[in-house]
Write a protein that binds this ligand. Structure first.
Ligand SMILES: Nc1ncnc2c1ncn2[C@@H]1O[C@H](COP(=O)(O)OP(=O)(O)OP(=O)(O)O)[C@@H](O)[C@H]1O
Length: 452
């Protein structure tokens, strides 16, 4: 057993970074390997969740390749006496096997429709998400009364799924008889495909057209999928006509979802469109502190500030940092302080600092590539080439520096933020069809990122 694990470790080491290896793989111990199933013991629940989500496949592949047969890996939480890494490494302890909990670990994964952790109580409200939050609460309290449909949009990992779930949880607690269905657009499509294949369309329609509150996540996924859009269109109409609530989330504003049918787009615009913006630092700190508290992790304010100011706006990433820090602290037995956090995050932060591209560098690169003067780009000239170069600069500035629209407008000759939004949208649209522009922008981007 130990030999198989030693062998597997070597394979894993080749595939992931040194730091990740030390943090996540080194502390693992093999509890059992039987037939096609291996159990590895992990120090705590964080570890278990993180490994399951991020490394399960890599580990399963490595163990499979060491044993020469397909092996599925599971994680079980170590007993307290096993947690100290030093004592765990001593030969006497090495022999001890950890109690495996077969029922828990081998039970097939069920996907409850709603995630009980994604409640309103656990959602931190700040100015970036206040509007979407208020609209969601209103919809949950009085379904199909005020905002129907409710369309929530925002960038990756900013809490759309969380809010969607929270609506479901709250309305079910207020109206226990309500038929609430949460489904991702992808699941909707997969179910549709199966229903078509196995002649089960009546059942499919029966299911989706008899819902009191339909919560559909990541609606942008159905764009370009004709049959799914068609079916969703009829589902939408049936529900809406009979006064049922529909809430959808998307990573884009309806107008910006490419290949979305016009009739669906216009329906999304019937109700309320609420956006979630990237959180400002105070909200990030509040979220981090709440997550830490929920998981009984003690995290000093200066540490919360440090993490929040170095994390991107994506809350999922913020959570990932916390998990990593908590795991590291638990494995090493050290308390969480600034030194520990800097140690854990050093590679990520170093890489990010290196990625920094400034507005001036973008301006310089675009002007050189387009054979124009910087002053031309900043000027009021309406010349076609100059206007395009200006729009490219604004687009790249948004993409690479993440600066706000007003900031970019200010830097590019004191323009209004709406001009920057327009330029950004225009270039994004043009990129869908204009391969020459795509190559040109890619070249500039590569050159800018290579400088580091
Ligand atoms: N305001 C918030 N308060 C507390 N937790 C939050 C908040 N916003 C996001 N989160 C947490 O961040 C994580 C990512 O959120 P979520 O999955 O809802 O993002 P999303 O916008 O649906 O992302 P994607 O675009 O990838 O689908 C979740 O664990 C969620 O609980």
């Amino acid at each position: 057993m130990e030999n198989i694990w030693e062998e597997s470790i070597k394979i894993i080491k080749e595939k992931i970074s040194q730091q990740n290896f030390e943090t996540w793989i080194r502390p693992l111990k093999v509890a059992s390997i039987e037939n096609n199933h291996a159990s590895l013991s992990v120090p705590n629940k964080f570890f278990k969740d993180w490994l399951t989500e991020n490394y399960r496949e890599v580990i399963s592949e490595a163990v499979s390749s060491s044993t020469g047969k397909e092996v599925l890996v599971d994680f079980v939480i170590m007993q307290d006496s096993e947690k100290n890494p030093r004592s765990a490494a001593s030969p006497a302890r090495k022999k001890k096997t950890v109690e495996v909990q077969p029922q828990e670990t081998r039970r097939p994964k069920v996907h409850p429709t709603l995630n009980p952790n994604y409640s309103f109580e656990r959602f931190v409200v700040g100015s970036s998400n206040q509007f979407a939050h208020a609209a969601s609460v209103a919809v949950a309290e009085q379904p199909a009364k005020n905002y129907n449909p409710l369309f929530i949009y925002g960038g990756v990992g900013l809490g759309k799924t969380h809010l969607l779930n929270a609506i479901g949880l709250l309305s079910m607690s207020i109206y226990p008889d309500m038929n609430v269905v949460y489904v991702s657009a992808e699941e909707f499509m997969n179910e549709l495909i199966l229903s078509i294949r196995f002649d089960k369309m009546p059942q499919f329609r029966e299911k989706f057209r008899n819902i009191d509150c339909l919560l559909m996540d990541d609606i942008q996924f159905i764009a370009g999928k004709e049959r799914t859009q068609e079916e969703f269109f009829h589902t939408f109409n049936t529900l809406h006509d009979s006064g049922k609530q529909i809430v959808v989330t998307s990573d884009k504003f309806p107008k910006d979802i490419p290949n979305l049918e016009g009739r669906l787009r216009s329906r999304f615009e019937w109700g309320l469109i609420a956006d979630i913006q990237p959180p400002e630092i105070e909200t990030k700190i509040a979220i981090l502190e709440k997550k830490a508290q929920e998981n009984n992790i003690l995290i000093p304010t200066n540490v919360a500030y440090y993490i929040s100011s170095h994390a991107e706006s994506n809350i999922r990433e913020l959570e990932g940092f916390l998990v990593r820090i908590a795991a590291y602290s638990s494995v090493t037995g050290r308390i969480i302080d600034l030194d520990l956090v800097k140690e854990v995050l050093k590679d990520i932060i170093k890489q990010r600092d290196n990625d920094g591209v400034t507005f001036e560098e973008i301006l310089k690169a675009v002007s050189a590539k387009c054979n124009l003067k910087i002053s031309d780009i900043k000027s009021q000239s309406k010349n076609k080439n100059i206007a395009l170069a200006r729009q490219m600069t604004m687009y790249l500035a948004r993409k690479l520096t993440g600066s706000s629209f007003p900031d970019i407008g200010e830097k590019i000759g004191g323009r209004d933020h709406s001009t920057v939004i327009y330029a950004n949208n225009k270039i994004r649209k043009q990129l869908e069809t204009d391969s020459k522009l795509k190559t040109l922008l890619q070249d500039i981007e590569d050159q800018l990122l290579k400088k580091n």
